[in-house]
Ligand binder design. Structure first.
Ligand SMILES: CC1=C(CCC(=O)O)c2cc3nc(cc4[nH]c(cc5[nH]c(cc1n2)c(C)c5CCC(=O)O)c(CCC(=O)O)c4C)C(CCC(=O)O)=C3C
Ligand SMILES: [Fe+2]
Length: 376
């Protein structure tokens, strides 16, 4: 039996980033089209990219993840080609799906590089999947509205054992580089309050998902260190107009506050990011570490999960779990128990119709793929 049936290909779907200085502005325009991000913020973010020669680390990291997944699938004797495509920069999702289609694949499973469910990490990908499938259908001359292939999306994997174990390893290693008694600060991407409220639909909110992972990781690290570890959750990369509330505290503000309370050493754990994106290398490694230095605080940034073995192994386990579920559903048999750690249940495999809107009750007018929506 083919353990990944009914799927015949995996789409690694990511955000994308510029490959060189000339890409920076067109990339930023792609990301922010119609989102009301002030020009000053765009100029500031462009500077972050130019600080690193105009290239984001994200593309080489996705290439590395694609290779690691391919190697792990091969190691287990599983035949599942992995194609990679992005929302905001080349290689684009459309090219990846066109290539999969040309190779004869018709039942594709998508793995997005966001571990948490919110508009940015869930629905925005699914809206783009939908319009990409429509475009591809029309490029191929299919009848109006007919999609060339069927696309499912893996559930948000923030509380999957592999993602959590890889973070526990990384944080434990980082504690080896700071004085005993250091405090643990988890960091994730801030989002507007409106997006946070809408992320709750069909399960715990974006912030609640992070708090659960943070508590699980901190407890496991504490066990390995043989002491209780005190922790906080902070946010980075706020954008949007100042009038709009976003999730807080900002990591720099939190560090300042902790220093004022006598904390002199911290480990920063970027649990919100699966690899060393620009947010990690700029907002944490550049800005937050400078803030810590100015406060005379010892600060070490823990690795992101990247291509760590437990993470990659866990993703392949998750693919097998989903394939088994699809086969069971098709055969009318009981489904497999989803693997999770922490206090929260697994996210739905298939999103409910209003899952992860940008704003609760506001229809974007863009249909989303991979949902129970009647549109599917
Ligand atoms: C939750 C979340 C994740 C984590 C989940 C995930 O990993 O997907 C994430 C990841 C990323 N965000 C990224 C880049 C950007 N995000 C922006 C803007 C925004 N992000 C938002 C949220 C998130 N973003 C939001 C609510 C906005 C405001 C606009 C809007 O409402 O949508 C902007 C515009 C400028 C600015 O406003 O900062 C840029 C350039 C990159 C690539 C980095 C690289 O090149 O390495 C990655 C991985
Ligand atoms: Fe972002």
């Amino acid at each position: 039996m083919n353990p990944v049936a009914p799927y015949d290909a995996l789409l690694l779907a990511s955000f994308g980033g510029p490959d060189g200085p000339d890409d920076v502005l067109p990339f930023l325009r792609n990301v922010t089209a119609g989102k009301g991000i002030p020009d000053e913020r765009l100029a500031e973010v462009a500077e972050h990219y130019h600080h690193f020669g105009g290239a984001s680390p994200i593309n080489r990291q996705n290439l590395a993840l694609q290779r690691a997944l391919t190697a792990e699938l091969e190691r287990r004797g599983i035949d599942l080609p992995v194609v990679w495509g992005n929302r905001n920069w080349s290689p684009y999702t459309k090219d990846a799906l066109a290539a999969a289609y040309a190779d004869g694949h018709r039942r594709v499973l998508a793995l997005v590089t966001s571990a948490y469910a919110s508009y940015s990490g869930c629905r925005q990908y699914r809206e783009d999947f939908w319009s990409t499938l429509e475009e591809l259908g029309s490029d191929l001359g299919l009848p109006d509205g007919e999609h060339p292939l069927s696309l499912d999306k893996l559930r948000a994997y923030f509380n999957h054992p592999g993602f959590v174990e890889a973070n526990v390893d990384a944080v434990t290693e980082a504690f080896g580089k700071v004085p005993a008694g250091a405090r643990l600060v988890f960091v994730t991407h801030s989002i507007p309050h409106t997006m946070e409220e809408a992320s709750g639909l069909g399960g715990p909110s974006y912030a609640a998902q992070h708090l659960d992972v943070a508590a699980t990781v901190a407890a496991a690290v504490g066990e390995r260190l043989g002491r209780a570890v005190e922790w906080d959750l902070a946010y980075c990369s706020r954008s949007g107009p100042p009038s709009q509330p976003w999730l807080e505290p900002d990591v720099n503000d939190l560090l300042t506050d902790l220093a004022g309370r006598g904390v002199d050493a911290v480990v920063l754990s970027p649990i919100g990011f699966v690899s060393d994106h620009m947010e990690v290398v700029y907002d944490l490694d550049t800005e937050a570490l400078e803030t810590a230095e100015a406060l005379s605080m010892t600060a070490v940034r823990a690795d992101t999960v990247g291509t760590r073995e437990p993470f990659v192994r866990g993703l392949v386990d998750l693919i097998l779990e989903r394939a088994a579920t699809e086969r069971a559903v098709a055969a009318g048999l009981p489904t497999v128990e989803p693997a999770t750690v922490g206090a929260l249940p697994a996210r739905n495999d298939v999103c409910v119709p209003d899952c992860c809107r940008r704003q609760a009750g506001v229809d974007s007018g863009r249909p989303a793929a991979c949902s129970l929506d009647p549109l599917r």
